[in-house]
Design a protein. Structure first.
Length: 293
């Protein structure tokens, strides 16, 4: 008789090929001890209220170990700083099989789904360059430039480019150095021989970006025609300035998550769900664009 691993068998339903409309649940920094959003996300996912999950880093394993219901919904994730775990992201690297990128590295990848090219990147190569080494950074940067160039050549079919990472480019909270510390500044503008990510995002016209790490929700006005969200689930421990930055459109110091609806090839609808307000929609926004741009 053959050997059989003693774990349970799970299954999930994927979207049809080339769907022109679908819904995505997006969150970051979910955790377990403060996983206030899971009791809303899980039943809504099992009820088919969204088609897959995008987790922008931190504590993916705490979520999966204690909430196996996530297994029934397609799940895409990038590494956050907690995924380092003192072992150079070994657990993350051995657990997930992402789309190939030519570098045998699952921390950056992309996939086309309907009218969107989704790009997941690692900001942790900046935060932990002293332990993981500098080689992954130029690999990711070279791949990103090639991937964005290809995406731009295919705008007639997939007009949207959407990115998700962990450490943010921008934020306006005053509680810590999530946006002003050297490791976060390196992600945006680079440092010495380490290239930053903001330049190719702007050069190739990324349409929409999601980040975590800052533990509160913030939506920004377009930054050089790029729309930007901090989508963390953790909250309530953040000090927010009474006078926000002029580029900050909405800030919420509440537990929650984002539902993104791809309505059609030209329109995207975003809603922020507040757990503190009994799953009320506390931010509601549409994006539209001309096809081919």
């Amino acid at each position: 008789s053959g050997y059989k691993i003693g774990s349970r068998t799970f299954q999930f339903k994927t979207l049809p090929e080339d769907p022109q409309s679908y819904r995505v649940c997006i969150f970051g920094d979910l955790g377990y001890e403060h996983g206030n959003s899971t009791d809303s996300i899980i039943p809504n996912g099992l009820a088919g209220k969204f088609d897959f999950i995008v987790h922008v880093g931190n504590d993916y394993m705490h979520s999966l170990q204690h909430k196996v219901s996530f297994i029934y919904v397609p799940y895409m994730v990038v590494a956050g700083n907690h995924e380092n775990d003192g072992e150079n992201f070994t657990n993350f690297q051995e657990r997930f099989l992402m789309t190939p990128n030519g570098f045998h590295d699952n921390q950056f990848y992309s996939f086309d789904l309907g009218p969107i090219q989704w790009i997941g990147l690692s900001t942790e190569y900046y935060g932990y360059y002293d332990t993981v080494g500098k080689e992954p950074l130029p690999n990711q940067y070279k791949w990103l430039q090639q991937d964005l160039e290809l995406a731009n050549s295919n705008r007639h079919r997939t007009p949207w480019i959407v990115t998700y990472l962990h450490r943010p480019f921008y934020c306006s909270a005053a509680h810590n150095d999530d946006c002003t510390g050297l490791d976060s500044m390196m992600v945006r503008v680079g440092y010495e021989d380490m290239p930053g990510l903001e330049r190719p995002f702007l050069q190739y016209g990324v349409d929409l970006g999601f980040w975590g790490h800052a533990h509160y929700y913030e939506r920004f006005y377009p930054v050089a025609d790029m729309h930007y969200w901090n989508a963390g689930c953790h909250s309530t421990d953040v000090k927010i300035d009474k006078s926000p930055e002029p580029f900050s459109a909405k800030r919420l110091n509440e537990y929650g998550y984002t539902i993104m609806t791809v309505a059609n090839i030209a329109h995207i609808h975003l809603e922020q769900i507040s757990i503190d307000r009994e799953q009320a929609v506390v931010d509601d926004f549409w994006l539209s664009k001309d096809i081919g741009f």
